[in-house]
Design a binder for this molecule. Sequence first.
Ligand code: PHE
Length: 339
Amino acid sequence: MKDKVAGYLGEIAAVRIDSHEALEAYRLKYLSRKGVVQQLFAEFKTVAPEQRREMGVLLNELKEKAQERFDALKEALERSAQPSGPATDFSRPAIQHPLGSRHPIAIVRNQVDEIFTRLGFVVSEGPEIEDDWHNFSALNFAPEHPARDMQDTFFIHRDPEVLLRTHTSSVQVRVMSSQAPPIRTISPGRVFRNEAISARAHVIFHQVEGLYIDKGVSFADLRQTLLYFAREMFGEETRIRLRPSYFPFTEPSAEMDISCSCKGAGCRICKYTGWVEILGCGMVDPAVLANCGIDPEVYSGYAFGMGIERMTLVKYNVNDLRLFFENDIRFLRQFTGVS
Ligand code: PHE
């Protein structure tokens, strides 16, 4: 029996397996209920008493070794079942993270903000729901004046009048009423007008208005500032043209055109005129300064207001203003990477 055990010990140490079946065969042969180890323990009963001690130690050693070998074989088999290379395949294409884009209106608004803050203007904002005073009366719109019809809006309440602002000039009234000159501010924001929706008009659009109040501000300052802006925004070779106009809150007033990118060759954007209107401007009417508590004998200033949609149409060659509000991903995607 001693020899048998020694033989098995040698055998166990030499076992090699390469499959689960072989591992199972090993288990059956040595460790199962009818396996070698159990059989030897059964035979142990027949061992002569004086050899029992020695044989007991030997049998227990065999039992332990058989189990240890089994564990080792099993672990080796499992390890070899794993892929031999690195678990990550670095040659596979990376998972794409979809890149969003800014809305074109936000892009152009940011560009305008950036140009004017460089000139020392600060950004100010105000409410979209306004009262008559800030949107109209303080800006010199007389109660029955036809200028109000040009900026027909949506009235939320009649008496007192609460409305959706038609321009961000209302913010300028708020700034002038609460701050002392010198004032240099731009007011970007959403505005509302009662218009029939078409490729060129919408009930919602965006403006950036500007205001500069100080001692001795002149129309020449206004013109030079707007020329600088136009060149920064639309390119170095851009020219501007000021046409006399009317706004209740500025005197004199003008509308500003920029030279079209078709350079006069004629295109749909400039309607074959070579010029595109982008903003209204003028010297702040002394009555408006007085309404806001600023002495018109001491201070003067200029104001301007531009439509962001209009500038975006021109700058990025968009042909229908409604696209800005439809959230069509095929349109918006075209602005990926523009800032
Ligand atoms: N508020 C005017 C508009 O919305 C634009 C404007 C602003 C004109 C400032 C002159 C001066 O039409």
